[in-house]
Design a protein around this ligand. Structure first.
Ligand code: PEP
Ligand code: MN
Length: 339
């Protein structure tokens, strides 16, 4: 931890800070920049003094030297983590595309989507069986029946399945059926859910809350890791800003920042950021160009009939076309998409 003192901090105040820290058993190292005095606090557990220190006269700022998310930070693990979902490694040289409908609606709808996803080169299948909906009157998902349909689609296509869990009490059931658990934007800071996902063996796809900072996202990932599950993939899916022409604002810089701060793979969800299918290809291209390890894209055999997120769902053919367009972009950034 480092305390930054005001440039004109009187000697007495500086001495008081040093004395307080030493009386608490810490070693202190004082240095001077052009305008500020820096006091390095050396010793285990210094963070507990942060509030007391920042309230002392002359103290301008108190900064941790290490981020508060040790397991997800790159500080202690500079090499990148690859998260395995069945035979698919997210975070390796290959770009992983996860595709499928927003919600599982029927056997036919999901299988048609799954076949098209596979044919186009997607490596994993998405589909919500438990849906977090803004309105209690909207379609809430097929529940367990949806999970069974997902399992059937996996059997037929060989694609691993990613599906959302909205409540801690559903974790065990979903973990039985799914290959990867999705924790959605609305639940990013549901700490009991994060811990429960950390206590089961499936990898976790953690979406950024629509009003969450990147540090909050990394702290949420830390909950999963701290509970025993290091296999977390981070997902930028658009945040709330003053801009209203899209459903969210895709924070493309987040990809670069997350990859700098964390060893975990990062993927982009262009569908929920765009909110309109015609904008999805541009955001998907931007995600790969920015260094994302993959994409999660909503597709539907008949978007106007979709029970959720039809407006942003790509038709199956359009998805195939997009996958072709993404290949040269992946190559340009030193990655591979499909075979
Ligand atoms: C979804 O993936 O369908 C979803 C609800 O996403 P988000 O949590 O990002 O809104
Ligand atoms: Mn959706």
């Amino acid at each position: 931890m480092i305390a930054v003192l005001e440039g004109n901090c009187p000697l007495k105040e500086k001495a008081d800070v040093v004395q307080m820290l030493e009386s608490e058993g810490f070693r202190v190292q004082v240095s001077q920049t052009g305008t500020e005095s820096l006091i390095g606090v050396i010793g285990e557990g210094a963070a507990r003094l942060a509030d007391r220190l920042s309230a002392m006269p002359g103290v301008k700022d108190v900064r941790p030297v290490a981020p508060p998310y040790p397991l997800t930070s790159r500080d202690h693990r500079p090499e990148r983590t690859r998260v395995k979902v069945r035979r698919v490694a997210i975070g390796g040289p290959e770009i992983t595309v996860i595709a499928g409908p927003c919600s599982v609606e029927s056997e036919e709808q999901l299988l048609t989507s799954a076949r098209a996803a596979k044919k186009a080169g997607a490596k994993l299948l998405r589909g919500g069986a438990f849906k977090p909906r803004t309105s209690p009157y909207s379609f809430q998902g097929l529940g367990k029946e949806g999970l069974e349909i997902l399992a059937h689609a996996r059997e037929e296509t060989g694609l691993g399945v990613v599906t959302e869990v909205v409540a801690p009490e559903d974790v065990a059931l979903i973990s039985e059926y799914a290959d990867m658990l999705q924790i959605g934007a609305r639940n990013m800071q549901n700490f009991r859910l994060l811990s429960a996902a950390g206590e089961q063996p499936r990898p976790v796809l953690l979406k950024r809350g629509m009003m969450a900072t990147l540090e909050e996202l990394l702290m949420a990932a830390e909950y999963v890791a701290a509970a025993g599950n290091p296999n977390v993939v981070l997902c930028e899916r658009g945040i709330r800003t003053f801009e209203t022409s899209m459903r969210g604002t895709l924070d493309i810089g987040a990809v670069a920042v997350l990859k700098e701060r964390s060893h975990l793979p990062v993927i982009v969800d262009p569908s929920h950021a765009a909110g309109k299918r015609e904008l999805v290809p541009s955001l998907a291209r931007a995600g790969i160009a920015a260094g994302a390890d993959g994409l999660i894209i909503e597709i539907h055999p008949s978007p106007p009939d979709a029970m959720s997120d039809g407006r942003q769902s790509l038709e199956l053919e359009a998805f195939g076309k997009l996958m072709q367009e993404l290949k040269p972009i992946s190559k340009a950034v030193g990655r591979r998409l499909g075979t």
